[in-house]
Design a protein around this ligand. Structure first.
Ligand SMILES: [Ca+2]
Length: 315
């Protein structure tokens, strides 16, 4: 029995994508919302845009591309291609010395026979970059994320100088067991716990409990999926200092300062201060990355919520 036509077509498409010079990455800011500035960027793999469809198959989204590569036994190849592009792009950035970059890492690759230990470290060395500038996000896609593989993966990369983030925590396979196994420096709380938090006391209580836990353990909490001003206000009110989401900045071809939804933030601040605020959305300047390391390098998470008066928007 021959190979199904669909498999041949998808393999051909994958070949085309992996060889395409248009395979690229995007940068989404991770924002210190208490200071109003980007302190890091998540680097997201992107499929080439405007690829022609192959025999009726539309070009895949990045998540579809990952699964396609996994099924074809070429996930390592895809991850290495994205990693190489990301490192090359970061090396060319004028402000790279001040920035921290989060790379997504699919833990399934570590046991793949094609996996080359030290590939990322050597690529960084060639580019003159330190692994201290890189945080590896362990992906929720792995059904064994709570198992021993995450422990081995975290240990493997931490021994090379990388730091570890647990991605999409609270959803899918990313559980409490995963924290115990990989002892992350960063916990990225899934959007399902963040979206709508302003209207939901249960979500707020969960967040407070997780914040307390992270504070005790010296783990930096990052709220993912912030898309509404009211949710951002609630996060600020509850002492969350690091956040990511379309409200703060969409993935972009280059690292850019966060496009804070300043109107919502200013309105929220104005409702809480006694004296009138002398700032408007136009008067707030968001600084680009300048002090990422001061915040991101192995400091314990704040032990208590910052009062809003300490927010340091530049006016
Ligand atoms: Ca991620």
């Amino acid at each position: 029995m021959g190979v199904p036509l669909a498999t041949i077509m998808l393999a051909a498409m994958l070949d085309q994508i992996l060889c395409s010079p248009r395979l690229t990455v995007a940068f989404q800011p991770i924002v210190d919302v208490s200071a109003g500035r980007a302190v890091a960027y998540e680097v997201l793999g992107r499929a080439p845009a405007n690829l022609p469809s192959t025999a009726g198959y539309a070009p895949p989204r990045p998540d579809q591309l990952v699964e396609m590569a996994w099924k074809q036994g070429r996930l390592v190849e895809l991850e290495q291609a994205w990693r190489s592009i990301a490192i090359e792009r970061i090396a060319r950035l004028p402000d790279r010395a001040d920035a921290v970059f989060f790379f997504n890492l699919d833990t399934r690759v570590i046991e793949d026979p094609c996996h080359i230990p030290g590939f990322t470290l050597r690529a960084l060395e060639r580019a003159g970059l330190s692994p201290k500038k890189i945080v590896l996000e362990l992906s929720e896609r792995d059904p064994e994320l709570g198992g021993e593989r995450i422990e081995r993966t975290a240990a493997h990369y931490r021994s090379q100088g990388f730091r570890i983030a647990l991605d999409d925590w609270g959803a899918g396979f990313s559980t409490l067991a995963a924290i115990v196994r990989c002892r992350p420096e960063f916990l990225k709380v899934d959007r399902s716990l963040i979206d709508g938090i302003s209207d939901d006391t249960l979500r707020r209580d969960i967040l407070q409990a997780v914040l307390t836990f992270c504070s005790c353990q010296g783990i930096h909490l990052i709220a993912e999926g912030v898309e509404r001003g009211s949710d951002l206000a609630t996060l600020l009110d509850n002492g969350v200092s690091l956040a990511q989401g379309y409200l703060l900045g969409r993935p972009a071809p280059e690292p850019t300062p966060p496009a804070l939804h300043v109107t919502a933030v200013v309105e929220w601040l104005a409702s809480r201060v006694r004296r009138p605020l002398r700032m408007s959305p136009r008067s707030i300047a968001i600084k680009p990355v300048t002090r990422a390391d001061a915040i991101m390098q192995a400091q314990p998470a704040p032990s208590k919520a910052l009062p809003y008066r300490e927010f340091r928007f530049r006016v």
